[in-house]
Write a protein that binds this ligand. Structure first.
Ligand code: SAH
Ligand code: SF4
Ligand code: F3S
Length: 473
C-alpha cells in the first residue's frame, strides 16, 4: 500500500537499482554504498558518489567485490537505527574474510553517535557526518593505512553547491536537487536539528544551473528538497536581493515548461499564499503539497513544538484548496505522542477526513535521545496502544485515499512516464501532477520521459489505472 509504505523502504528499493546502472569499468577501486532515510540523505549519497568518483572509485553492487563499503544512515526512529546495525553486522562478516576492506558510516547516525560508533561497532573504520563529506578522501586514505577516523563537524555554510551530484536514480527522468540543509525548527520529537545542524540555503543560481543541466541531460522532473522548503532564503551578495521559496520555484519552473517541478517538505507554519499563487500560475509546478500535520490536536501540537495550532493548519488547507482547487495534499502523522489521550488521537483521525489527504506517511512515536521530548516528557503511551492508534490512522487514510481515487474515475490526466509497471512490462507507470501513480498499457511510439494523457477507468486505494488517449509531442 502506497500510504503505509515508509520512506526508508522506498529509498532502499531505489538503491538496489541504482548501482546496476552505473558502469564501474575503468576504475581501480570499487565502492559499495547503501542509503537509508529521507530523500535528503539519498541526495547526499549522490554527492558522496561524486566525491568518490573523483578519487578513482567506481561503484559496485556486489559487496564482496568492494574495497570500500559505506552506509548512509538515518536516526529518525529507533527502528531506522536498528536496520542500520543489522546491515553493519552483515558488512562485518564480509570484512572478516577481506581484512583490508574499509567500512564507513555516514549520515545522521554517524552524527548522533560520533566516536561511540567506532567503540560499539568495532569493525567500523570511518564515521562521517552530513557536513563533512569533503573530508572523505582523507579519511579513506588514513583508514587504508590502518588509522580509524571520525569527522562529524557541523557547518553553518556547507551546501556542497559546487559538487555536481552523480545521478543515482535509475530512470533518467526524475531527480532530486537539495536547495537547503539543516533545520532550525525544534520539533520536540525530532532528532534532525541535532544530526543536520543549522538551516542554510543554497545559492539560487547554482540550483537553477543544476536544474538546467539535468533537463539538458533528458530529465523531465526535479524535486526541490529541504526539511522546510518554505523558509528557503538566499541573498545575492552582488545586489543584496533576496530570493524566497516562491521566487526560487518560479526560477526553476522557467528553465523549461517541459520540466516538472516538485518540492518537499512544506512546513504548515511557513507556507505562504505567495507560494500557493506561484504553484497556481505555473502549469509545470505540480499541484501537490506534502504538508505534514503530525497531529490533529492543538495541545499535542504545542507539546510537539510545531508552533501552529489546528485552526492555523486547517486554514492553510482551506487556502490551498481555494487557490489551487486541483491540489493534492499529503501528510506525516505520529501516533501516541507523550500524554496523547484517546480524544486527542481521534482528532488526528478526523483531520485526515477534513484535509482529504491523498496519502499519509504514518509512524508511532519513537523517543529519540537528546530531543526536547525525551528530556521533558515521559514516553507514556504503551506500545500496544500506539500500534492500535496507528492502525486506526492508517485505516482512515486508506478510506480517504480510496474516496479521492474514486473521484478521479473517468478523468483524464497528463502523466509523465517513469518506467515499466512493477507487475508487467506490457504496462507503464507514471504520476500525474497530484503525485498519484497511474498504470496503463504501453502503446507504440512512446517511452520513458514522455508525457501522455491517460483516461482513468478503474482504481484501488493506492493506484489509478487507465488508457493512453493522447501522446504529447
Ligand atoms: N521536516 C519534515 C519532517 C522530516 S522527518 C517536517 O517537518 O515535516 C519525517 C517524519 O518522520 C516527520 O514528519 C515525522 O512524522 C516523523 N518523525 C520524526 N521524528 C519522529 C519520532 N521521534 N518518532 C516517530 N516519528 C517521527
Ligand atoms: Fe524535524 Fe521539525 Fe525540522 Fe521537520 S521541521 S526536520 S520535524 S525539527
Ligand atoms: Fe533520517 Fe537524517 Fe533524513 S535522521 S529522515 S536521514 S535527515
Amino acid at each position: 500500500m502506497q500510504e503505509v509504505k515508509n520512506k526508508e523502504e522506498i529509498l532502499v528499493d531505489r538503491q538496489g537499482e541504482v548501482l546496476e546502472k552505473i558502469s564501474s569499468k575503468g576504475f581501480n577501486k570499487k565502492f559499495y554504498l547503501e542509503s537509508y532515510g529521507c530523500a535528503m540523505n539519498f541526495s547526499d549519497t549522490e554527492i558522496v558518489a561524486s566525491i568518490l568518483n573523483k578519487q578513482g572509485f567506481g561503484p559496485t553492487k556486489v559487496m564482496n567485490e568492494a574495497d570500500l563499503i559505506l552506509i548512509n544512515t538515518c536516526s529518525i526512529r529507533e527502528k531506522a537505527e536498528e536496520n542500520v546495525r543489522q546491515r553493519l553486522s552483515i558488512f562485518n562478516k564480509v570484512k572478516r574474510n577481506k581484512k583490508d576492506i574499509v567500512v564507513g558510516v555516514l549520515g545522521c547516525m554517524a552524527e548522533r553517535l560520533k566516536h561511540k560508533l567506532i567503540e560499539e561497532e568495532k569493525l567500523v573504520d570511518i564515521v562521517v557526518g552530513p557536513d563533512a563529506y569533503r573530508d572523505l578522501p582523507n579519511l579513506i586514505h588514513a583508514a587504508e593505512t590502518g588509522q580509524k577516523g571520525v569527522n562529524v563537524l557541523l557547518s553553518r555554510e556547507e551546501t556542497y553547491d559546487d559538487i555536481t551530484p552523480m545521478r543515482l536514480d535509475n530512470n533518467g527522468v526524475t531527480a532530486f536537487i537539495s536547495i537547503m540543509r539543516g533545520c532550525d525548527n525544534m520539533c520536540s520529537f525530532c532528532v534532525v536539528p541535532f544530526t543536520r545542524g543549522r538551516e542554510r540555503s543554497r545559492n539560487a543560481f547554482t540550483i537553477v544551473a543544476e536544474a538546467q543541466d539535468i533537463f539538458d541531460k533528458g530529465y523531465k522532473e526535479v524535486t526541490l528538497l529541504g526539511q522546510n522548503v518554505d523558509s528557503y532564503k538566499w541573498t545575492n551578495p552582488e545586489n543584496g536581493e533576496t530570493v524566497n521559496f516562491a521566487k526560487l520555484m518560479a526560477m526553476v519552473a522557467d528553465v523549461n515548461p517541459k520540466l516538472r517541478v516538485r518540492f518537499s517538505t512544506s512546513h504548515p507554519k511557513d507556507i505562504t499564499d505567495e507560494v500557493l499563487f506561484t504553484i497556481r500560475d505555473y502549469p509545470n509546478i505540480c499541484n501537490y503539497i506534502h504538508l505534514p500535520a503530525q497531529s490533529g490536536n492543538s495541545r499535542v501540537l504545542k507539546l510537539m513544538n510545531r508552533t501552529y495550532d489546528i485552526d492555523w493548519y486547517k486554514e492553510r488547507v482551506d487556502s490551498i484548496y481555494r487557490i489551487i482547487p486541483n491540489c493534492a495534499i499529503s501528510s506525516d502523522m505520529i501516533a501516541g505522542f507523550c500524554t496523547e489521550t484517546e480524544e486527542e488521537h481521534k482528532d488526528t483521525v478526523d483531520l485526515i477526513e477534513y484535509a482529504k489527504y491523498t496519502m499519509s506517511y504514518t509512524f508511532y512515536y519513537s523517543e529519540r535521545p537528546g530531543t526536547l521530548a525525551a528530556r521533558k516528557y515521559k514516553d507514556d503511551i504503551p506500545y500496544e496502544v500506539k500500534k492500535r492508534r496507528l492502525a486506526e490512522i492508517v485505516d482512515m487514510q486508506r478510506e480517504i485515499s480510496r474516496q479521492s481515487n474514486e473521484k478521479d474515475l473517468g478523468k483524464t490526466f497528463e502523466v509523465l512516464i517513469e518506467g515499466d509497471s512493477k507487475k508487467s512490462d506490457l504496462q507503464f507507470r507514471g504520476r500525474n501532477s497530484q503525485n498519484k501513480m497511474l498504470i496503463f498499457d504501453k502503446v507504440e511510439g512512446v517511452g520513458l520521459g514522455d508525457y501522455v494523457d491517460v483516461h482513468v477507468d478503474h482504481i484501488n486505494s493506492a493506484t489509478l489505472f487507465g488508457k493512453i488517449v493522447k501522446i504529447h509531442s
